[in-house]
Structure formats: C-alpha cells, structure tokens
Design a protein around this ligand. Structure first.
Ligand code: ZN
Length: 257
C-alpha cells in the first residue's frame, strides 16, 4: 500500500473533514502516513493524530520558517517527544532562504537546524529535511552529521539539481517525491527521478500543499498520491505496483518500521 512520508493533517485546512478523510485512507490504498510537525503548536496537534489513528506516525521538529520558536525549552520538548513510540523522525527541520534573505536569519536558521540535528544524532533517529534556496549550506551541514555517524534521513520535497541529488544519494539518504513531479515545468525533478535508484525515492504529499496535476492548486491529500505514482512509473519505465511496493519498503527502512 502507498506510504505517505510527509503530510500535515494537523493543518487548519483539514478542520472540516479530517476524521472522514483519514478514515477513508485504507479503503483507498493509503497504508501509512507520517505527519510532520512544523511549529510549536503542531508539536502538540500531531500527538492527537498519532494517538487516534494506528496508521499515522509523527515527526517532531520546527520548520526553518519558524526558527525563532526554537528555544532551549522547545528543544527539551522535542527531545522528550522523540522518545514516544510512534514518533519516527526529527522534522521537518532545515533551511529556507526563500522567505528569509538576511545573513543573520540564515545563521539563526543554521543554529536551529543544528540543534535539532543534534537531537536526531543523540537519539539515533532519521531526520526529515526541508531545504529551499539553501542548497550549499544544507549539503554542508548534512554531510557533517553523516560523517559523524548519523544513520539516515530524507530530503523532503527535493527541489535541487541531479548533481546535488547524487551527493545525498551517495550518503544513503532518501529523496521525498510529491506532486511537483507531475508539473510540466518540473524538468529538474523529472531528471532526478529518472536517474535516481527507485529504492532511494519515497512518496510524499506535503498536504495540504502541492497537489499533483490534475488537482494542482487545490487542497492536497494522500488520496492524490496515485497521480504521483503514475508519473514516477512513467519516468522509471516500470509499473505503478512496483513504484508503490518499492517506495513503501524504502519508507519502512527509512523510519525503522
Ligand atoms: Zn512539509
């Protein structure tokens, strides 16, 4: 069954029908979901989700856009939550220079990123990384941690070139592929998917964002993943069943499930 490695069902966009939607996953071929926290408030709300739904797991961390929320107290909280049974990764963490252009902001983001990578390293947990317009700094920091013996992680919503993808793949990391791969103008990402080993790709929605074609621009959910599967199968010249089973196996390996 399909494994969605990155969703935000705690988002307000799902307030009206969260329960109906999540209850319909199994019958629509969606077997497992990892819900990623991104802010202080979502650290709390994903806990409710993982308690309520046996097939939903959690990732705990603060998104680089919210780096100012990363205080020593919040780091303690993340460390504590990371010990829970159904928390399977530290994320989403990373760097985002698209919305933050100042050097001082970049340095503060790097500090928040490293503090959370330290937790992943201490707990020997996989990390889940968001990186936008910060290719060099992200690669440098991830490599540092991998060299120090970090186990593995996923580059969520991978958006860089094949040259950069190769370096992550060589380190044994996974690339999260979602709705963007179905967009006509996503040449770089299509090239990455064509060239990367299928067993280092994992499926993700980043819902409510990034719905695939033909639903681009509407609220996304895991139910749209078959469109992503179809596109990956076409690019890799394989079957949709193969894409679903290989990515599911990889996601289980990634999160140690
Ligand atoms: Zn996300």
């Amino acid at each position: 069954m399909i494994f969605d490695t990155h969703a935000h069902y705690d988002d307000r966009a799902f307030d009206d029908d969260r329960e109906d939607l999540l209850s319909s996953m199994k019958q629509n071929g969606i077997g497992t979901i990892v819900d990623a926290s991104s802010s202080l408030s979502s650290l709390e709300s994903i806990l409710e989700l993982i308690r309520e739904y046996p097939f939903v797991y959690g990732a705990v961390g603060i998104h680089p856009d919210n780096y100012e929320e990363v205080t020593p107290q919040v780091l303690d909280q993340i460390r504590l939550l990371a010990g829970l049974n159904k928390v399977v990764a530290i994320g989403e963490i990373g760097l985002d220079y698209y919305w933050h252009k100042e050097k001082a902001e970049h340095l503060a983001q790097q500090e928040a990123f490293r503090a959370q990578m330290d937790i992943a390293a201490d707990r020997r947990m996989p990390f889940m990384i968001h990186s936008r317009e910060a290719a060099e700094d992200t690669l440098r920091i991830v490599r540092e941690y991998m060299d120090k013996g970090m186990r593995t992680g996923v580059m969520h919503c991978f958006s860089y070139s094949w040259e950069i993808a190769q370096q992550y793949l060589e380190m044994g990391l996974y690339l999260g592929i979602g709705g963007v791969v179905t967009y006509k103008n996503a040449r770089k990402l299509k090239e990455v998917v064509e060239k990367a080993p299928l067993d280092q790709l994992v499926l993700e929605t980043d819902c409510p964002y990034l719905a695939p074609v033909p639903y681009r621009g509407t609220r996304n959910s895991s139910l749209n993943l078959p469109y992503v599967v179809r596109e990956i199968a076409a690019l890799k010249q394989t079957t949709e069943e193969e894409v679903i089973s290989v990515t599911e196996r990889s996601a289980r390996r990634l999160f140690g499930l």
